[in-house]
Design a protein. Structure first.
Length: 173
């Protein structure tokens, strides 16, 4: 199983002094799964086929946070939401069932609003375990060193061995 990768947005967010963000772009796959085919099981199957480990089903925290030890994929299994990427000075993106967001280690994200049926499947590349940082004064420079040590994934969670992630991340963003 592979998802649709024809409508992929790439957005880069600079370090704002609190949130490190990344030189790697966030990738937003619009309708990676057709809306009517998007559910938690389909997202989990998509990520597993792409070589990423689906690990949870939930929403997205409503506060700015980031992960310094893993890249993260979020697949919208149902509903819709507005997600802010890049920290307080970042941008808000509307997402809906079937959309997938790949977030490089260090990029801040939070939920601004969501429908009552909003559900996300979260996953990570093999061997990567996530942590949770909120931009506290003591987080850096340790977080910066951890982010620099996170390996690039070998596959794209939507399209496996080929896809936008490999082209955009492995080419240096």
């Amino acid at each position: 199983m592979t998802g649709k990768t024809t409508d992929v947005m790439a957005e880069v967010f600079a370090d704002d002094g609190t949130f490190p963000n990344s030189r790697l772009p966030v990738l937003i796959y619009r309708e990676a799964l057709a809306g009517e085919a998007a559910d938690a099981e389909a997202m989990e199957a998509l990520f597993a086929a792409g070589g990423w480990s689906p690990q949870w089903r939930a929403g997205v925290y409503d506060y700015h946070h980031y992960h310094s030890t893993a890249h993260e994929v979020l697949g919208v299994a149902s509903g819709e939401a507005e997600i802010m990427l890049g920290g307080p000075d970042g941008r808000v993106f509307a997402v809906a069932a079937g959309d997938v967001i790949v977030i490089p280690a260090g990029v801040a994200h939070r939920r601004i609003s969501a429908s009552s049926d909003f559900l996300v499947v979260g996953g990570y590349p093999p061997g990567q375990d996530w942590n949770l940082l909120r931009g506290a004064p003591g987080d850096r420079p340790k977080a910066d060193a951890e982010i620099a040590a996170v390996p690039l994934p070998a596959t794209d969670p939507v399209s496996g061995a080929k896809g936008p992630l490999l082209q955009k991340w492995h080419a240096g963003g």
